[in-house]
Write a protein that binds this ligand. Structure first.
Ligand code: AKB
Length: 316
């Protein structure tokens, strides 16, 4: 019997992943949790501060949890505001999860890492799996440290920790918050609302991105892969697509010819410039058959269609 605890279940990725896990394993086998309450949640929800060891432990024991998807985190841009808080929320919470998993016989742990682990010493194009990591943000430092701890718990205790380095995730189901890649979701909302989009990155800033459906599928495929196929125990590079603000603007203009954009780069420009432009994910492809489905045009069509439906419903 699989019983899954999801932390950060109200987040951009967490909310969609939780629903998918409910569909796959049954609503009653998923315990969703987040720092903030979620009164409208359908299923089992626990208000949880993941920096508090005993609160996680209690949920794990009481619900006979067998797997943990630890999504609670503060992202790159927001994380710069308060380094200590970011470190605690991102790293202390993951350390709690690892220790509790080791002591309470958790079978699998999922840990989301990020392209933020890379820094200015990488090759920015087709960034390989194992370059020298010199992350440029507190978020990136916490994620790369978490990768090493995950690997340690696997090597030392045999804990089955699996991880992906997500590019910027783009979906219509939820809003991101506090990230550097958030612009690529917000731009669709502006387009559908017929507003000029004010972009906080320069037009030519190419970054790796992934459509939500691909991101969720990658997560499930990694978690379902036979243990012996998993050769990367830090975190897998994962590619979806790559584009810059000018290119996403042009893709949206094919659907809304009157759409307008202005560029006002802020502190997030420096963060984005330290990240890869494209990712080499050969290990994910070889080990568990990863292959993205969506590109900029197919994603844009769905984003706009779904957001139009959502905004129309909201005005009824
Ligand atoms: C961010 O922009 O901070 C995140 C990420 C790439 O991890 N979306």
């Amino acid at each position: 019997m699989i019983k899954i605890l999801v932390t950060g279940a109200r987040g951009q990725l967490g909310s969609v992943l939780t629903k998918t896990l409910q569909e796959k394993y049954g609503v009653h086998n998923i315990i969703a949790s987040d720092l903030l309450d979620n009164p409208n949640f359908i299923g089992h929800f626990e208000k949880l501060d993941a920096t508090d060891y005993s609160s996680i432990e209690e949920i794990v024991i009481n619900n006979e949890i067998t797997e943990i998807y630890h999504l609670a985190a503060i992202l790159s841009a927001k994380g710069e505001e308060n380094p200590l808080r970011t470190w605690n929320i991102n790293m202390k919470s993951f350390f709690n999860v690892l220790e509790i998993s080791r002591l309470h016989g958790i079978i699998k742990v999922f840990y989301p890492s990020s392209i933020a682990v890379f820094g200015n010493e990488i090759e920015h194009i087709n960034t390989p799996q194992n370059p020298n990591l010199t992350p440029a943000t507190v978020y990136g430092i916490s994620k790369s440290t978490g990768e090493i701890w995950g690997n340690y718990y696997y090597e030392k205790y045999g804990l089955d920790v699996r991880s992906l380095r997500y590019p910027g995730v783009i979906g219509y189901q939820s809003l991101p918050g506090g990230g550097t890649t958030d612009y690529a979701v917000n731009i669709y909302h502006s387009a559908v609302k017929k507003k000029v989009f004010n972009c906080f990155l320069e037009a030519s800033t190419t970054l790796p991105m992934i459509f939500m459906d691909d991101a969720i599928r990658a997560t499930l495929e990694l978690m379902d892969a036979p243990k012996e196929n998993i050769s990367v125990r830090t975190s897998y590079n994962l590619a979806g697509m790559s584009f810059n603000p000018r290119e996403i603007f042009e893709a949206i203009k094919k659907i809304y010819p009157n759409f307008e954009i202005s560029y006002n780069p802020d502190f997030r420009q420096e963060i984005a410039s330290s990240w890869p432009q494209s990712i080499n994910d050969i290990d994910a492809r070889k080990d568990w058959g990863w292959k993205p489905v969506f590109n900029l045009d197919t994603m844009s069509k769905i984003m706009i269609q779904k957001l139009e439906e959502q905004y129309k419903l909201a005005t009824i």
